[in-house]
Design a protein. Sequence first.
Length: 95
Amino acid sequence: MSLRLAICLAAVALAGCGTTSFVMPAHNGAFWVTGSSAHLSGAQEKARLVEDANAYCKHRGKSAVVIASSENDAKAGTLAAPGKLARATVQFRCQ
């Protein structure tokens, strides 16, 4: 196996392994936290995001109140047509 192929395979493998999330401001004092995961279901990812929202608000001396949420499970793929990650979004306020 060439070094170039090994590096490409490692990059692809690592890209699908982690979970990612970030908080962004919405409107009227609300926030969105979105995330995706290759190894969690949509519901598990949403639960993880609610924990992230709670941690975000706790850092500000408050608690998260979920306003809205959605989730989608991962879809299997092939080498030629990659699948989709599980995704979730939670809208919340700190109160």
